[in-house]
Ligand binder design. Sequence first.
Ligand code: ZN
Length: 337
Amino acid sequence: MKTRKSITRAFCVELQQELSIVAARREYFSQEPPRARFNFLCSSEPCRAQGVKITGVRYDVKPQEHPTFVAAHFRANPHYEHHADCEWVDEADVAEDKPVLEENDAQTALRKVKRKLDDYIDVFDPTLKERTRSAPSRDKPLPPSEEPPASATPSSNASNNRQPTETRTHNLERLVDSFRQAQATLSKEELALLTLRVPGQGEVTLRSYFRHIKFAQLGDERRVLYGGGLVERYGIGFKFTFFDRLQGKQVTLYVSPAQMQAYRSSRYISELLSHADEVRFFTVFALGTLALSPSGKSVSVKIEDLRHLAIVLGPAKEAMPDTKNDTGSTGDPVRDA
Ligand SMILES: [Zn+2]
């Protein structure tokens, strides 16, 4: 059968595990060059048993601001049929606009908006599980922190034995990718429909969970802070300075060499930062707290763990010839609301 749902996970043959496309990208760029592409099979057991291949798209491209935004994603391989029990085959949706039982207009609208995204996240759990690497260097990637989707409350629609599933993740970069795609492809009205459940915080709109640094507030630590800026390296560590000021104060995010050393995906971060000379800026997304410096003159973003940091490359320098007087740019990938 053909799949109709967005395929958000696949089984990576080389890594022998199921993972999201964002996790695949991280593992791909964590390899020493020359890097080898991965082969993916459908995440559903009966499909995998039949060798049903899945195509990974753009996971070998670093996350970057681009006018024609195409998110890394999985898609069905047209040469393979999926098993009837495959989790990505959705019989309820075969009749395109037939409303699902017990669904009201708002739910129908939301379902259609979600379908426009390759990887819609229902639940983001920022809780960190202990998983620092033991050795400073390693070649084989550890299992990514993906979890299988938890089944939502059992469907009361007895005729449908395929229970609705929700997509949940601990992976900030995955949430950031999903948000960036929503920003790039949805209308303002559509974007406003999207919500995110955060354990301990309840349900918030996806848009409100992301806050540009210039609108941030000291002590407000329950959102993803983001903004454009430039990076200075300190050994394998780095300092990121945001273009925008917060209440007139410079905002920085410092990652020490020791923090980088302890982080299993530090090679991926270094790989992204190695493009500093080629891009106009980086956009940083951080789940952390804002602290005023002792002098009171600047503000720093403190993150507990590098898993709470995602970095996106800005546009290439040559793509924007007039960069001379343009450093006041916010690097804001988000349209002003
Ligand atoms: Zn399948």
